[in-house]
Design a protein around this ligand. Sequence first.
Ligand code: CP
Ligand code: NVA
Length: 287
Amino acid sequence: MITHFLTGEELTAEELRGVIERALELKADRLSSRALEGKSVALVFEKPSTRTRVSFETGVHELGGHAVVLREGELQLARGESPRDTALVLSRMVHAIGIRTGPHEVVVEVAEHASVPVINLLTRDHHPCQGLADMTTLRERFGTLDGLKLAYVGDGNNVARSLLVAGALAGVDVAVASPPELSLPGVPVVEPTEAVRGAHAVYTDVWVSMGDEEDAARRRALLAPYRLDDELLQRARPDALAMHCLPAHPGEEISAAVLYGERSAAWVQAENRLHAQKALLELLLGS
Ligand code: CP
Ligand code: NVA
């Protein structure tokens, strides 16, 4: 039984499929579950967030629970209280802890000392809730995950890693095209045109992630040939989706025509964060 959700690897393939199917059930009947009745969830954000914060806070509410949102600077963490002590204290008050921070090790440390489930809301290395929602979007759009191919084109970052993890569990073939300087360790990279061949979806993410701001100019130069535009999308399957976890920079990693075009799944992806995370919360906290 899963206790924490830090990378997505905590789920079995069967559990992942169960969460995805449940997410689509909850999407069809949004207020049908009270799985979090009487339960509280702390949501710690040491970095900005639009989708993750609103989807989790709304999701906890819709499941009958209460979300305690804590933004950067509001916890004693900001004044040096340790992740360990924070985990020990929060565990005595709430039923789950979500945390968005920089170093992945912080989330691991919180999970080591927490006696309630810990959910990674994004670290430098992983964004598992995004991967979960994106597999839900693919399943919803294509009716199955079997035999699907997803091409990720761009920075070898947290989102790319989480798509690889979720894809491997879900049975989706994930091909990655990144500049060698920005590729994920141990992941074979291919050219964008090769990655997108036969792909059911072409995915990209920002070129400058949170924390990469000082390296922005070098990244933009390296990633310029990796833009998701109509020319690249046309090389995928005729029914291929364009995917982006958002926030996007239209004209940079994705063209405005693709982001706002009819093949864009970005807005559905954002909505599916809500449904997929509600299904995850049910699994972690439901009785
Ligand atoms: N995709 C995503 O996690 O968005 P936010 O940073 O707005 O939460
Ligand atoms: N890779 C991006 C994802 C934002 C949701 C970042 O880490 O900033």
